[in-house]
Design a protein around this ligand. Structure first.
Ligand code: PLP
Length: 456
């Protein structure tokens, strides 16, 4: 690009200088510049308004421009912008947040390692698992089981647990201690198999994998309650309970990756217990914990596990050398505390249970359109799958066309393969839901008509 810098637009400067996550380095396309937001809407630099039906990236739960959140962040910046969390130092917001969260988490998940993202929360959970088994004298218990189509992050280890084929291009991945098993997508079950049989098959594949590795070598199993980026895969009833039982049988730690599902998206603080009736050993969170207003994550660990390796039970010369400069950052924790206060006061979970069920009901009506193959999700975590042929490429092209029509009509949805992924801000009202579904319907119809014309 030979423009003089002073004449370049923001989009051009962006193209020149910024390496975006999950971007096509071979493409000339410039990024869309989103300049501001209000409620469920964002505005680009040309002043166009869009409904943001993806909450930024599954995270802006309270919507944009929340003054209370901004004030809490600003006040904490003035009070104490930062202090080290290393060793025996702490600051009030992280302690208050841990105390508050411990009243909301399932079971005895009362110990928090704060991080600055979901990837580092996953990374920390696994490092904890390894440390735990090393302290218990079981250093061979190292292997991690994950699922095809999973998404767990972008640090080296968390990325090695991503099960989407398209995410594995020219990078390297850890291969010696990570192992995948098939995902539990009932939509893709073999013909003639009942959902119950399919569930049992998927659960037995976990057990087989543990036995193949040897239970003495298997450290943990990591699973999203509802697989998000992999296509909003809701497992068959009982899947999580049964996989947890298998893990318990072989002393394999169960890590529930709730980076997307926690803090309201499914109408509860945590999906593990309230939606799927399980209390895992570790839960990882990020994104919605601060409504995306500040970067914060956490590995939330069972107190029973922590007690087995700390205090009088700590191993000789053991030292927990895991954590970040910004673990428990006062400003991010103040943002999370404010979000939790607003969630409680505004009854966000109750609201999501009502508006989220309405959202799914309205999306279900799209099944009558010929190119819609599946509609799935729970409450404000949903996707519409386009299927026009057995050729995946063709299906993907169709879904991308739907997304383009949506954008032209003022709606941002997240395109992933042949899916339109939807996760609007939790404050959305029924009117906003109707707008999303109407634009999506029009866009699917426009795509169908365009295809008909092309095929004539
Ligand atoms: C389930 C899950 N885990 C982990 C991550 C990684 O989070 P981050 O991008 O904050 O590192 C994501 C991000 O989308 C996610 O969806």
């Amino acid at each position: 690009m030979n423009f003089k810098k002073e004449n370049m637009t923001l989009a051009q400067k962006d193209k020149k200088h910024i390496i975006h996550p999950w971007s096509d380095l071979g493409s000339d396309a410039e990024s869309m510049v989103i300049e501001s937001g209000k409620g469920i809407h964002v505005f680009d630099d040309a002043g166009n308004q869009y409904i943001d039906s993806i909450s930024g990236m599954w995270c802006v739960n309270l919507g944009y421009g929340n003054r209370e959140m901004a004030n809490a962040i600003a006040d904490q910046c003035v009070q104490l912008a930062y202090y080290t969390p290393f060793g025996a130092m702490t600051s009030p917001p992280s302690v208050k947040l841990a105390d508050k969260l411990s009243r909301l988490t399932p079971g005895d998940l009362n110990c928090f390692q704060f991080t600055n993202s979901g990837s580092t929360a996953v990374e920390s959970a696994i490092r904890f698992a390894h440390y735990y088994f090393n302290c218990l004298g079981k250093p061979e218990k190292k292997h991690i089981i994950y699922r095809e189509n999973a998404y767990h992050g972008s640090t080296y280890l968390s990325a090695s647990l991503n099960g989407k084929k398209c995410d594995r291009s020219y990078f390297n991945y850890i291969t010696d201690m990570v192992h995948s098993i098939p995902d539990p997508n009932p939509f893709k079950r073999p013909a003639g198999m009942s959902v119950e049989e399919f569930c049992d098959l998927r659960v037995s594949e976990l057990e087989q994998k543990i036995l193949q590795l040897g239970p003495e070598n298997a450290a943990c199993f990591i699973a999203e309650p509802v697989m998000g980026s992999g296509g909003v895969i809701v497992p068959p009833p009982g899947y999580h309970k049964k996989t947890l039982e298998i893990c318990r049988k072989y002393d394999v730690l169960y890590i529930s990756d709730e980076v997307v599902t926690a803090f309201g998206r499914l109408g509860h603080y945590f999906a593990s217990e309230n939606v799927f009736d399980i209390v895992p050993d570790i839960i990882t969170v990020a994104k919605g914990i601060s409504s995306g207003y500040q970067p914060l994550g956490a590995a939330i660990i069972s107190e029973k596990l922590v007690n087995r390796i700390s205090g009088p039970s700590a191993s000789e010369n053991s030292y927990y050398t895991n954590g970040f400069t910004y673990s428990g950052h006062p400003v991010t924790c103040a943002a999370a505390l404010k979000y939790l206060e607003i969630m409680e006061r505004e009854k966000i979970n109750e609201h999501v249970r009502e508006v989220g069920d309405y959202f799914m009901e309205r999306l279900e009506t799209l099944r009558e359109l010929s190119i819609v193959g599946d509609v799935r999700g729970i409450r404000l975590m949903a996707c519409v799958e386009c299927v026009v042929s057995d050729n995946e490429e063709e299906n993907i092209a169709v879904a991308q066309r739907v997304d383009e029509f949506c954008q032209e009509n003022g709606l941002i949805v997240r395109p992933y393969e042949n899916l339109c992924i939807l996760s609007p801000p939790l404050i959305i009202e029924k009117e906003g839901v109707d707008q999303i579904v109407n634009i999506l319907r029009q866009s699917i119809i426009a795509t169908t008509n365009e295809r008909k014309k092309e095929n004539q």
